[in-house]
Ligand binder design. Structure first.
Ligand SMILES: [Zn+2]
Length: 83
């Protein structure tokens, strides 16, 4: 048997938790976080503008709408590599 390409698509199922990549505008720190890690309002369908996350370095408050949603493992890799 030979694995040609390993993927983790099952980790990014539709309806699963969203993952975001973000670069802090204040200090330039790059980080990836999952939706539940930030401050999400308790409503049925919170908008990215209503959700915030603190920069792990300088504690700047950043809206989810300023971050990039990572929809697949490829997005995740791209975020790690390109930026
Ligand atoms: Zn920062």
């Amino acid at each position: 048997m030979e694995i040609v390409q390993t993927k983790n698509n099952h980790l990014y199922k539709e309806g699963g938790e969203k993952e975001y990549g973000c670069i802090c505008k204040n200090c330039g720190t790059k980080f990836i976080f999952q939706e539940h890690e930030g401050c999400v309002p308790r409503c049925i369908d919170p908008k990215p503008e209503q959700c915030t996350i603190h920069c792990p370095n300088c504690k700047q408050i950043i809206r989810y709408s300023e971050c990039t949603e990572l929809k697949s493992k490829e997005d995740n890799f791209a975020f790690h590599r390109v930026w």
